[in-house]
Ligand binder design. Structure first.
Ligand code: ADP
Ligand code: MG
Length: 381
């Protein structure tokens, strides 16, 4: 069943009354702009047509009854929802209520059923989709801010403080602010956004996502190490963040930075430039002209930033060999997803080649699907 129908029906069965409304928030992929967010730089995500759907109704007390069709059932008191007070998936679903309370909204109890077709933990940001769907539900039912950027910050605050994951703002901004037929050019310093037209189908193209269905344990520690390296280079260069550095600055600093730090910084500086170049081509209506930038981004993440994985490299190489215009890992790396921009006529061959390559190398079978730029979070019923 469609997730919206499933959420509504399970709500009715479980709670014996209809929900007051149904809300949905999408997953996302980042077209380009990787590891630029915490350097005050630019990212270019799009919402995709997979989403978390939430059916919800207020309660007269302070109880939260949370049902996830994917994860099971939890019951807790509103007062327990605070940093360190909730564990597991309930922190993602209930955390935004704490953010809303902190914002001064008069939030009370909720019955809530959550249905999702977003792969969990694959780097498509199921986490922000859960946060943003429940946040919108609570906001509409109990009041709170209307501005999407403010709502994204409240969802991020829930993830940072209630869940305890120090993630950037991209995922929540993408879930809240993306529009169908567009990518979202987000300036992570100012939170300024521009909707940039991106309609691959209109140009005879398909954006394929390859979910490698792998995650490598390196991810957490490597992420922290990369962040520290970037901050150190920015300090050495005397700039607020690597967003403010140029390749000429890096060349001039040369030996002072050290070989590894220089590579990390080189990725960030070049990646920011690639995001802006891709946005430019898309503004000109030339999606077919962004392939090289995508592939260059992958090489930079693999060789300079060193956050790729054998599965991601294999997906990119196989896609390019089978006719993709460009391909790259997307997300923080060490597993998760790759994407490939492919002429529609080559989509099947690319899918088969990637799948065959994975089988030949003994990797887990990947899931390959077409992503269509979709709308951000909204009330759907
Ligand atoms: P990603 O955002 O890349 O999918 P994360 O590790 O950031 O991966 O977030 C995944 C977490 O989000 C899950 O472990 C779970 O706690 C929560 N989550 C995602 N989808 C659901 C769902 N359908 N039901 C309950 N919790 C979910
Ligand atoms: Mg996440």
């Amino acid at each position: 069943m469609h997730p919206e129908g499933a959420a509504r029906q399970v709500f009715l069965e479980r709670f014996g009354r209809p929900p007051e409304g149904v809300w949905a928030a999408p997953a996302r992929v980042n077209l380009i702009g990787e590891h630029t967010d915490y350097n005050d730089g630019f990212v270019l995500p799009l919402a995709i047509d997979r989403r978390v759907t939430v059916a919800a109704a207020r309660r007269p007390d302070d109880l939260l009854r949370l049902v996830s069709l994917q994860r099971g059932e939890r019951a807790l008191r509103l007062g327990e929802v605070r940093p360190g007070g909730v564990d597991g998936w309930a922190a993602y679903a209930a955390g935004p209520l704490w953010s809303l309370l902190e914002e001064g909204a008069e939030v009370g109890g909720l019955d809530l059923v959550l249905a999702s077709d977003v792969p969990i933990g694959s780097g498509l940001s199921s986490s922000a989709a859960v946060e943003c769907a429940t946040l919108l539900a609570a906001r509409d039912l109990y009041g709170g801010p209307g501005d999407p950027a403010r709502l994204a910050q409240l969802a991020q605050r829930a993830e940072n403080e209630v869940v305890g994951v120090p993630s950037g703002i991209m995922d929540q901004m993408a879930a809240m602010a993306c529009r169908a037929g567009h990518v979202l050019l987000l300036d992570c310093r100012t939170l300024g956004v521009e909707q940039v037209p991106f309609a691959p189908a209109g140009a005879g193209l398909v954006l394929l996502v390859v979910d490698t269905r792998t995650a490598h344990s390196l991810a957490g520690s490597a992420y922290a190490e990369r962040r520290r390296a970037c901050e150190r280079v920015a300090r050495l260069l005397g700039v607020p963040a690597l967003r403010d550095a140029t390749q000429a600055d890096l060349d001039a600093a040369g030996d002072r930075l050290g070989e590894v730090a220089l590579r990390r910084a080189r990725h960030v500086v070049a990646e920011n430039a690639r995001v802006l170049a891709v946005a430019d081509r898309l503004r000109q209506g030339r999606p077919e002209a962004i392939g090289d930038a995508l592939t260059a981004s992958h090489a930079s993440l693999r060789d300079d930033y060193q956050v790729s994985a054998p599965e991601l490299d294999a997906a990119v190489e196989a896609a390019l060999a089978a006719g993709a215009l460009g391909a790259r890992m997307t997300g923080a790396g060490f597993g998760g997803c790759a994407l490939a921009l492919v002429p529609a006529g080559a989509a099947e061959k690319v899918t088969e080649t990637v799948t065959g390559t994975f089988a030949g190398r003994g990797f887990r079978e990947p899931e390959v699907f077409g992503a269509h730029p979709a709308d951000g979070a909204a009330r759907v019923a």
